[in-house]
Design a protein around this ligand. Structure first.
Ligand code: PAF
Length: 281
């Protein structure tokens, strides 16, 4: 695996690879890698593209600066995992390399409706920061494929919208299934901040999603949502939303809609840790 910290160096390397007819797959991350990230690298390898991973904890997407300060950093261990996964290239830039004119001083995009609901409403400015950094990284890496995890469903929709906004109409955005622990908890870098008792109860989020999915023909969403909210509260969670939406455009639904691809989404906090998850319905 080749590691680059400098934009010009990685650009030159990718340009040479492209001249050699390699296609490029890009996996943007903020590090603290886990099996979910590695599954994206593996997918890129299966697709026979040059697997380029970036690790950059992007300050502009943290609306809560405490969250940024506490974001887990484990670069050495991340590199080991990437080597094991046979990742081809790691881009490890500094904040100054990405934002040379000052933090956040770079082009932003307006995601409209998607930025006003769920994560957009709960974390003002978050998708602005995500769009900004991924836009910047896409310009540097110039991938053919962009690999994203379904765990961040709304982020996937935002980034699907970003590609045509940047004129990248040929960019293939590939959304890969959420990787889960044995008890169903979605893998997330934030999980490592859970205490042992918090970790044990965290599986309830997955149980709620399964119950939303399984009760679609026998109950109303209002009733199931209330059951989920009560269950989460009983386990010590402070819930931000339990929502149902059209899976294609995230239009929020007040009830199950027959013959419509739907997605159930949950954001909830235990102690200081905010967890999100979703499931197609
Ligand atoms: O999902 C993430 O880890 C981040 O939001 C991303 C896409 C790497 C942008 O910083």
């Amino acid at each position: 695996m080749v590691i680059f910290k400098n934009i010009n160096d990685i650009k030159n390397y990718i340009s040479l690879k492209k001249d050699g007819k390699h296609r490029v797959g890009f996996i943007p991350t903020m590090g603290a890698l886990h099996a979910g990230h590695i599954s994206l690298i593996q997918k890129a390898k299966e697709d026979n593209v040059l697997a380029v991973c970036s690790i950059f904890v992007n300050p502009t997407q943290f609306n809560d600066k405490k969250d940024l300060e506490k974001y887990p950093v484990s670069t050495e261990a991340d590199i080991e995992l990437l080597l094991d996964a046979e990742c081809d290239v790691l881009f490890l830039p500094s904040v100054n390399e990405i934002y040379p004119d000052g933090e956040g001083n770079f082009k932003t995009y307006d995601f409209g409706y998607l930025d006003t609901i769920l994560e957009g409403a709960q974390r003002p400015g978050h998708f602005r920061g995500v769009g900004q950094v991924v836009g910047r990284l896409l310009e540097i890496v110039t991938p053919d494929h962009l690999y994203l995890g379904q765990k961040d469903y709304q982020q996937c929709m935002v980034l699907r919208k970003l590609a045509p906004m940047m004129g990248l109409n040929d960019l293939n955005v590939i959304i890969c299934p959420t990787t889960r622990e044995a008890d169903g908890l979605a893998m997330s870098s934030r999980n490592r901040r859970l205490t042992e008792p918090q970790r044990v109860v965290a599986a309830v989020i997955y149980q709620c999603l399964v119950s939303i999915q399984s009760k679609q023909f026998t109950s109303s969403f209002d009733i199931v949502r209330k059951e989920c909210e009560d269950l989460l509260a009983a386990k010590g969670f402070a819930t931000e939303y339990v929502a149902l939406a059209d899976a294609r455009d995230l239009t929020l639904l007040s009830d199950y809609k027959p013959h419509t691809p739907m997605v159930a989404l949950i954001a909830t906090r235990i102690g200081e840790i905010r967890l999100i998850d979703n499931m197609l319905v």
